[in-house]
Design a protein around this ligand. Structure first.
Ligand SMILES: [Ca+2]
Length: 591
C-alpha cells in the first residue's frame, strides 16, 4: 500500500475594512449605508429593521459556512422561502462527516452549522455533533476554531450559543466552565480580546455579550474594575454610529458595528427561529458512490435526480468527474467514468440499494432515498458492506468490524477480505469478522479492498481518544489521488519548516507573501501536492509559487529541499472583515 504523509500549517489573517464612509446618522443608518452582508442583515433584523436587502445571498453555494450564514440571515428576516432554505440546508446536511460537519479539524463550521439548523427548526437536540463539540472543549473551558487549537473568546461564545440550541442551558456544567473561562479573560476595561493576552476589541466583546444574552445573563453584571462589557462596547461608538474594532483605531468597522448592534439589541445567534421542519424535501435526494478499480471516485448525498443517469450527471457536478454514455440494443449504458473506460469483460455496473441494476440507466427511475453504487469490474460482482461495533473508542478498546456481501438475494459473510485500517492492511477471518485493539489516538479510515468479485466496501472512520487527528483529511486526500499502488519498501517523509503563517492585517486590495521550505527527510523521492481548507479568503485567494494552489505540485528527490512562495491576494472589493483562519496541507506520496 502506498504511503501518504501530510503536514498542516495554520493560516491566520486579519482582514480590516479599508475605508468606512463618514456618516453622522445613527448606527442603523450607518449599517444601512454599508454593502449589505449576512452579519449586517442579522444585526439590522435584531434591531427590528424591516425590508432588508438580502439580494447578496447565493442560493447555489456549496460552501458550508456560507450556507450556514445565509440560513441564519433568512431566519432572521422571517423568510418564507422554504425552497431556497431547503437547498441551503442540503449543503449543510451533505457536509455531515463522522458525527460532525465539514472538516473534522475545524470546530467553527460545527458551531455555525448547529446555529443554522436550529434557526429553521431542523436541529435534533440529541444530534451527535454535540458530542463532537463537547469532546473538543479545552481544559480551560473554552474552544478554539480548530480541533487542536487554544481557546479563544469568539469561538467559545459561538460554542456556547450552539450548545444552548443542543439541549444545554446556562447551568449545564460545560456552559458554566465556558462562562468561567470567558470571565477570567475579561480585561480591566470591561471588554474582551480574541485571546487572553491581547487588548479588548469591539468584535470579541460584542460576541461575548451575544452569548451572555442567550444564556440569560445580564452582560453589565460582569463588572471588572468598575467597567463591564456593555460600557466597553459603548466606549467604541463613534459620532457616525459606527463602532471601532480597537480603541486605538481611527475609524469604525462595519463588521464590528454589525456585531455591536446585534449584541446591544439584546440578541444572539440565531437572531430568530422559524419552522420549516415539516418540509419533507430536506432529507430527500439520493446518495451516489462510485468505486473505481483503485480508488473511490465520488461520494455524494442529497442529489436531485429522476433516473440513474441523471444522478450520475448530478454527481459529476459535485465530484468533478466526466463520464461518457453509449447506445446499445439494450438502451443507454455508461462506457466511462473519470477516464476509466469499459474494456473486455470489465465495465461500469450500477446497483440501487445493493441490487444490481437490470435496466438502462435512462429507464431506471429512482424512489425513496435510493442509494446508487457504481463500480468497475466483471461478473459476478458483489456490493460489500462494513459495519462497526462503534465509531468512538478509548485507547485499549477493540474495534470489531463485520464485512458482508450481497449476492442479489441476501447478505452473506465475506470471508478473509483484505481490510485497510489507517495505513495498514489486515485480513478478516473466515466469517467476515475483524477486530483490533486500538493503541494510539487518532482517526483511522477502515474499508475492505476491491477484488475481482467484491466491490470496495463503504469507508467508515474510527476515532480513538478524545481528540480528532488530522488523519481524516489525510484519508480524504488519499481518495482524491490517482493511486499508483506503490509497494516500495523505502520510508517516505518530509518536513516543513513552519507550523503556522500569520499574514497579519491586510486591507482589501493588499497582498502578502511568505516563503517556507519543504525538505525530503525520507529515503525515497516524494511527489507533493497541496490543499487549502478553512475560510474562503484562503481557499479562494491563496497562491503557491504564483499559481493557484490547486495547480501546485512538487517532485522532491531524496535529501533535497525546495522553497515555496505562499501568497495571499485580497481583492479590492473583498468585504468580509475580521479574523480569518485556514489550513494549508501538504501531502506527499512515494513516486
Ligand atoms: Ca467541523
Amino acid at each position: 500500500m502506498k504511503k501518504v504523509i501530510l503536514t498542516i500549517l495554520a493560516l491566520v489573517i486579519f482582514v480590516s475594512p479599508s475605508l468606512i464612509l463618514a456618516d453622522n446618522s445613527n448606527t442603523i443608518a450607518y449599517l444601512q449605508s454599508q454593502t449589505q452582508n449576512n452579519w449586517i442583515s442579522q444585526a439590522l433584523a435584531a434591531a427590528q429593521v424591516d425590508n432588508l436587502d438580502i439580494s447578496y445571498i447565493d442560493y447555489q453555494t456549496n460552501d458550508l459556512m456560507a450556507a450556514a450564514k445565509d440560513i441564519l440571515t433568512l431566519a432572521a428576516t422571517n423568510s418564507q422561502d422554504g425552497e431556497n432554505i431547503s437547498q441551503l440546508l442540503a449543503v449543510i446536511e451533505s457536509s455531515r462527516n463522522n458525527g460532525q460537519f465539514g472538516s473534522s479539524d475545524l470546530l467553527n463550521d460545527d458551531f455555525w452549522a448547529v446555529l443554522a439548523l436550529a434557526s429553521v427548526g431542523n436541529l435534533d437536540s440529541t444530534d451527535s455533533v454535540k458530542n463532537f463539540i463537547l469532546d473538543n472543549q479545552n481544559e480551560d473551558g473554552g474552544w478554539s476554531w480548530s480541533a487542536s487549537g487554544t481557546s479563544d473568546s469568539n469561538d467559545t461564545a459561538a460554542a456556547i450559543m450552539a450548545l444552548l440550541d443542543l439541549s444545554d442551558n446556562s447551568s449545564s456544567p460545560e456552559i458554566i466552565d465556558a462562562l468561567s473561562y470567558l470571565q477570567t479573560t475579561q480585561n480591566e476595561d470591561g471588554g474582551f480580546a480574541y485571546d487572553s493576552d491581547s487588548q479588548s476589541d469591539g468584535a470579541s466583546t460584542a460576541w461575548i455579550i451575544a452569548a451572555l444574552n442567550k444564556a440569560d445573563i445580564e452582560a453589565d453584571s460582569w463588572v471588572k474594575n468598575e467597567h463591564n462589557p456593555i460600557s466597553f462596547l459603548e466606549s467604541l461608538r463613534q459620532d457616525n454610529g459606527s463602532f471601532l474594532w480597537m480603541a486605538s483605531d481611527e475609524q469604525g468597522s462595519a463588521m464590528v458595528t454589525a456585531y455591536a448592534l446585534l449584541a446591544l439589541s439584546g440578541a444572539s445567534y440565531p437572531v430568530n427561529y422559524i419552522d420549516i421542519a415539516t418540509d419533507d424535501n430536506i432529507a430527500a435526494g439520493y446518495s451516489l458512490r462510485i468505486e473505481g478499480p483503485d480508488r473511490t471516485v465520488c461520494l455524494a448525498n442529497h442529489l436531485e435526480a429522476t433516473t440513474v443517469l441523471e444522478l450520475l450527471e448530478a454527481g459529476s457536478g459535485v465530484c468533478g468527474f466526466e463520464y461518457t454514455t453509449e447506445d446499445s440494443a439494450y438502451g443507454v449504458y455508461v462506457s466511462s467514468i473519470d477516464g476509466i473506460v469499459a474494456e473486455g469483460m470489465e465495465g461500469w455496473q450500477y446497483f440501487v440499494d445493493s441490487q444490481s441494476g437490470m435496466m438502462s440507466v435512462t429507464d431506471y427511475h429512482l424512489s425513496d432515498e435510493n442509494e446508487v453504487l457504481w463500480a468497475y469490474g466483471g461478473f459476478p460482482f458483489y456490493p460489500v458492506s462494513l459495519e462497526l461495533n462503534d465509531t468512538h473508542f478509548d485507547v485499549g478498546q477493540s474495534v470489531v468490524a463485520s464485512f458482508k456481501y450481497y449476492d442479489g438475494d441476501s447478505w452473506l459473510p465475506l470471508p478473509e477480505a483484505d481490510i485497510v485500517l489507517g495505513q495498514d492492511v489486515y485480513q478478516a477471518d473466515a466469517s467476515g469478522q475483524f477486530s483490533m485493539t486500538m493503541e494510539a489516538d487518532g482517526a483511522y479510515p477502515i474499508f475492505s479492498q476491491q477484488t475481482a468479485n467484491y466491490i470496495r466496501s463503504n469507508k467508515e472512520y474510527i476515532i480513538v481518544g478524545s481528540g480528532v487527528s488530522q488523519t481524516v483529511d489525510l484519508s480524504v486526500n488519499i481518495e482524491g489521488d490517482d493511486n499508483g499502488g506503490s509497494n516500495g519498501d523505502g520510508s517516505i517523509a518530509f518536513s516543513v519548516d513552519r507550523s503556522s503563517i500569520d499574514f497579519g492585517t491586510l486591507n482589501p486590495g493588499q497582498s502578502s507573501d511568505t516563503i517556507i521550505s519543504i525538505t525530503n527527510t525520507g529515503d525515497v523521492d516524494v511527489y507533493i501536492e497541496a490543499s487549502v481548507l478553512g475560510d474562503a479568503v484562503f481557499t479562494d485567494f491563496t497562491s503557491l509559487d504564483q499559481n493557484i494552489w490547486q495547480d501546485y505540485n512538487l517532485n522532491l528527490s531524496k535529501d533535497s529541499l525546495q522553497s515555496v512562495n505562499i501568497g495571499l491576494d485580497i481583492p479590492s472589493n473583498f468585504d468580509s472583515f475580521g479574523q480569518k483562519e485556514g489550513q494549508l496541507i501538504f501531502w506527499g506520496v512515494s513516486q
